[in-house]
Write a protein that binds this ligand. Structure first.
Ligand code: ZN
Length: 140
């Protein structure tokens, strides 16, 4: 695998794929992923886009020991349901720690990582994952 060209791609990706969602100005509900229509207010809703802080905590999680295709290199890995500071929950991979280190309410923050590779010469997909904040492991 060649790393050529990755850094610039990475920077562009980060700008394009900030963790953003939708807030409805009518009812105040916050949604992730972003929605065009507020499911609560329907036609009265005023959805506006908002950026999230990227911080949250582990709501629940499970350790994947038998991975799906394309994820073999990462097993075992942790899939967590993260509750964002702003309220919405997001399902994502938790990285930068061993499965044994993950716990409920662990503070986490968003990071941008390789999602998967498709074949040897294939496309590398980047996306957001979550990792423990610097003091998360210490707090345990
Ligand atoms: Zn609404």
């Amino acid at each position: 695998m060649t790393m050529y060209g990755v850094p610039s791609h990475w920077r562009r990706y980060k700008e394009r794929y900030r963790l953003s969602g939708t807030r409805c100005e009518t009812c105040g509900n916050i949604y992730f992923p972003p929605r065009k229509v507020c499911p609560h207010c329907r036609r009265e809703g005023k959805p506006v886009s908002m950026n999230f802080s990227g911080k949250g905590k582990v709501y629940t999680f499970s350790v994947i020991r038998v991975p799906s295709e394309g994820f073999e290199a990462y097993a075992p890995y942790v899939i967590g349901l993260i509750q964002l500071e702003e309220g919405p929950k997001v399902t994502t991979q938790i990285v930068d720690c061993s499965p044994e280190e993950v716990y409920i309410d662990m503070p986490v923050e968003v990071c941008f990582r390789k999602l998967r590779e498709q074949g040897k010469e294939g496309i590398i997909c980047y996306g957001f994952k979550f990792k423990p904040t610097t003091d998360a492991i210490l707090k345990k």
